[in-house]
Design a protein. Structure first.
Ligand code: PMP
Length: 350
């Protein structure tokens, strides 16, 4: 080993879903939205001036935070934006999880949480989901250095009611509680109304799923002004210009078109409910999804085999080779056409 090698940080990175180069793939593997962003986003895109590339962006990202604050009925100092919710969450880990006590998150959840905890040397414990993949609220009544969980959870797709989130907050007044609402628009009740009551709550959302803008990388956190200031202080100590100009402009356009947003959500929810029926007929058990994906297991054929055979056919879904979920597939809800291709292929396992 060279002397300098011992100074290299050793980390086991998060593995994102595959982004195939081929265009003809039925891509149901990374929970993107199959519909385009709102028409106003496209209009903004074609009318960019040179300045949007030449000049630095507004470090405060105020055009976007103001639109989001208006939309959610918050003050502008209650919103923080970043490069996808991954960036926002990573900042939040750095900002809020600095205790010697372990932070808590479920054993089966978004696998980036343990990666950030390792990267930032944050101790953590992962209470096990129950046998139905539900969080057990009593597991979060112990001393901790913070709590984070997605609602709906990923990759299980299961939603916890607002009363559950409230219970976790009631039992954890001394910790920051982060609710990762990446998928909340697909049928869940957001924890946002609880912000008035709980100053230790941070709600994180994203433009990647419900607003069809995964490629633009826009995420945001909402909480009381003291939390948002703390996030900004860390951000400005790290990178002043996280958000690029096109994202700031197009993100604001997306939020303005409520009708398009609602219409797109309704289409995906319809397709999801249809998919639950179809997949059940084909021998799958589907967890009760409140998101834009289904978490399913087949009654005869191993998930890994289905995953591989689908891939050969150019139909990409997600398979996690990890404890307790290695016989499940996570299938993003696509257009009805894409889903028909999936059902057609799955007929062979019936
Ligand atoms: N949270 C959860 C639960 C997710 O599934 C994802 C998507 N991988 C993210 C956060 C991050 O999404 P993005 O960075 O695109 O906002």
């Amino acid at each position: 080993m060279k002397a300098w090698e011992k100074n290299i940080r050793q980390v086991e990175p998060y593995v994102p879903g595959e982004q195939p180069k081929r265009r003809d793939v039925v891509k149901l593997n990374t929970n993107e939205n199959p519909y385009p962003p709102a028409p106003g986003v496209e209009k903004a895109r074609i009318s960019f001036s040179d300045d949007s590339l030449r000049l630095y962006p507004d470090p405060t990202a105020s055009d976007l935070t103001d639109v989001l604050a208006d939309y959610y009925g918050l003050n502008r100092d209650q919103v923080f934006v970043g490069v996808g919710s991954d960036d926002v969450l990573a900042m939040a880990f750095m900002t809020f999880f600095n205790s010697d006590l372990p932070i808590l998150f479920p054993d089966i959840t978004y696998s980036f949480y343990s990666v950030w905890a390792d990267l930032f040397h944050i101790p953590y414990e992962r209470p096990a989901l129950d046998s139905a993949f539900r969080m057990v609220k009593e597991d979060y009544y112990r001393p901790n250095g913070g709590i984070i969980f997605p609602n709906p959870n990923a990759p299980t797709s299961l939603l916890e009611p607002l009363s559950f989130v409230r219970d976790i907050l009631d039992h954890n007044q001394d910790s920051i509680v982060i609710v990762d609402e990446a998928y909340i628009d697909f049928g869940g009740q957001s924890a946002l109304p609880l912000l008035e009551e709980y100053e230790n709550l941070l709600v994180v959302q994203t433009f990647s799923k419900s607003r069809s803008m995964a490629g633009m990388r826009i995420g945001y956190a909402m909480g009381n002004a003291a939390l948002i200031k703390a996030l900004n202080d860390v951000k400005y100590s790290y990178n002043s210009y996280t958000m690029n100009r096109p994202s700031l402009i197009m993100g604001a356009e997306a939020v303005k078109d409520e009708a398009y947003f609602k219409e797109t959500l309704a289409k995906i929810i319809d397709t999801r409910e249809e998919a639950k029926k179809k997949l059940t007929e084909l021998g799958f058990f589907c967890l009760d999804s409140a998101s834009n994906f289904l978490f399913v297991t087949h009654n005869k054929v191993p998930a890994k085999q289905i995953f591989e055979e689908l891939k050969t056919e150019g139909i990409y879904v997600r398979y996690f080779n990890s404890a307790r979920i290695d016989n499940y597939l996570r299938i993003t809800i696509g257009t009805p056409d894409q889903m028909e291709k999936l059902y057609g292929f799955l007929e062979r396992y019936r």
